[in-house]
Write a protein that binds this ligand. Structure first.
Ligand code: PLP
Length: 311
């Protein structure tokens, strides 16, 4: 559909859905009294759109629903309605490559009721903005420089379950500053036992003697991580999820991060040590290239319904 220049200017930065209404992303605002803001009482998910198609859309909606259920969040929208909303925000913003977020907020405490989350009306906020990557183009090209955080550990699953995608980012944020102080890009966090968990917005894998492994617990069950396992099976690399002690990780032949917002992102340094001649390693590179090739072939793709745009 053809739109006027005025329409396109309003929506070019992105489109949002907030509790029943669609609007340009810059106009979406939540009440400052919302538990979602004051207590980080929010679960979320992020799905990518590339070449006009969602990647693993149903998997993201299913994980989002599981996160909501785990924290007793019940918005009024069904999964089918969430799917339609996501198509509509991407279509309205007219994006072929997009970062598409879905959040469920606890809501505002009800006046006169106990100040308990059970009394708040939960609601959804979704938006589509132009594609965002966790790492810059330069970081991805040269390989990420990673450190293992020393001052902060990943919050234990017994306290905040990292498999529930949530807004408790305090530990990951501290790790980002620790990495910056160390002259690195990102910090990977350990659990209480000293095993590797994940980084700010990504899962990690290591490669040793051709064998690919990722932490079994302590992090999000990433959907890109699932895709890495599929690619390893297709390409004949043995792969497993297991406990990875910090020392093993720092002695890896190769390391890569993976996430919706960036895909497979090889690292070239860990704790200042250069891996694979300070370049993305061969298995990480082969997996990254296969990931984007398979996606361009329509792997797990759901074409965006551009006819669903708001008019
Ligand atoms: N770990 C954390 C903490 C994340 O926030 C994310 C994604 O945003 C991931 C891992 C990767 O998950 P996915 O591949 O499903 O995007």
């Amino acid at each position: 559909m053809e739109h006027s220049a005025d329409f396109e200017a309003r929506w070019a930065a992105g489109a949002a859905y907030l509790d029943g209404r669609f609007m340009p992303v810059g106009e979406a605002a939540i009440p400052v009294t919302d538990f979602g803001y004051r207590r980080s009482d929010v679960v979320y998910d992020v799905v990518g759109v590339w070449d006009g198609a969602f990647f693993r859309l149903d998997d993201h909606i299913a994980r989002f629903r599981a996160s909501m259920t785990a924290l007793r969040l019940e918005p009024r929208e069904t999964d089918e309605e969430i799917r339609a909303i996501l198509h509509r925000v991407v279509a309205t913003a007219g994006l072929r490559a997009a970062y598409v977020a879905m959040d469920c907020l606890r809501g505002v405490p009800s006046p006169g009721m106990p100040r308990h989350p059970a009394w708040a009306r939960n609601y959804l906020m979704c938006f589509a903005v132009p594609w965002v990557s966790v790492a810059s183009a330069e970081q991805m090209e040269r390989g990420l420089h990673l450190v293992i955080a020393k001052e902060v550990r990943r919050i234990p699953p017994e306290s905040v379950e990292p498999r529930v995608k949530n807004f408790h980012w305090g530990d990951l944020t501290r790790g980002l500053f620790e990495a910056q102080d160390a002259g690195a890009d990102f910090a990977v966090l350990l659990d209480a036992e000293g095993n590797i968990t994940e980084g700010p917005g990504f899962n990690v894998f290591m490669v040793k003697d051709g064998h690919v492994s990722t932490p079994a617990r302590g992090g999000l069950d990433g959907i890109t991580r699932d895709s890495v396992f599929e690619l390893c099976a297709e390409m004949g690399y043995p792969a497993e999820a297991r406990a990875i002690p910090a020392i093993e990780f720092t002695e890896a032949d190769e390391i890569f991060a993976c996430t919706t917002a960036g895909g497979i992102m090889p690292a070239s340094r860990i704790e200042g040590r250069r891996m694979a001649n300070d370049r993305p390693g061969p298995i990480s590179t082969a997996l990254r290239d296969a990931f984007w090739r398979r996606r361009s072939e329509g792997w797990h793709a759901t074409p965006v319904d551009y006819g669903a745009a708001a008019t």
